[in-house]
Design a protein around this ligand. Structure first.
Ligand code: URA
Length: 214
């Protein structure tokens, strides 16, 4: 399923004031066992329109495989749908200095610009478990106070944050099952996290097995 086109057009307009390019739709089945919430697309994703299809995506597919899941089984989305970038100088082999676009973490304004899109997905996709990948997705849904190091690999039953038009967030009345883990790209900077993420996905697989047998 996909968000309504008017909502996508609205999101494209909202992100315009910020240095962020492209627009990648979330995608996957309705009522899936799992919805994945990442951070924002990168360069690969804005070119082919497929979430988590770049370097981090390759790692993510290996993690899903570990939990017995395929891309088609899960709904994949992110807090921000455009690629936040910054310009930086890069030295070419020839010695020439060029300006290049690099990915960066989305800021609070960018997260708010696309918050109604994620809210729509949380409401309509109806996953059994929402897995946040990294801090951005976790804090967007579970609030600023939560720390990934404290809660990764745990199944949390709690309300999630919804964005209001006045710029505030409020908690849903309903409880959701949240399962936080680290972003797959984190292993590129900290190889030790690979083992942690593997353990988290093994625990996720246990929860999914339990849900399926209910
Ligand atoms: N990181 C994300 O959060 N989403 C993508 O699609 C790619 C990388």
């Amino acid at each position: 399923m996909r968000i309504p086109e008017e909502l996508a057009e609205w999101g494209k307009k909202k992100i315009e004031p910020y240095p962020a390019e492209g627009f990648v739709y979330g995608g996957g089945p309705q009522n899936p066992v799992l919805m994945l919430v990442g951070e924002a697309p990168g360069e690969t994703e804005i070119h082919n329109g497929i979430p988590f299809s770049g370097r981090a995506g390759k790692e993510l597919m290996l993690f899903l495989d570990r939990a017995g899941l395929k891309r088609e089984d899960v709904y994949i989305t992110s807090a921000v749908r455009s690629r936040p970038f910054k310009w930086r100088e890069k030295k070419e082999r020839s010695g020439e200095i060029i300006l290049k676009k690099y990915n960066r973490t989305p800021n609070e304004k960018e997260i708010r610009a696309h918050a109604p899109i994620l809210d729509w997905e949380v409401e309509h996709v109806n996953p059994q478990i929402i897995m946040t990948l990294g801090n951005i997705g976790l804090k967007r849904l579970a609030g600023k106070a939560i720390k990934i190091a404290d809660v990764h690999g745990e199944l949390l039953k709690q309300p999630v944050q919804r964005y209001n038009e006045d710029g505030t967030y409020s908690w849903t009345k309903k409880d959701f099952l949240l399962f936080p883990t680290y972003h797959p790209a984190s292993i590129f900077y900290n190889r030790k996290l690979l083992e942690t993420i593997h353990r988290d996905f093994d625990r996720l697989a246990d929860h999914i097995r339990e849900i399926k047998h209910l």
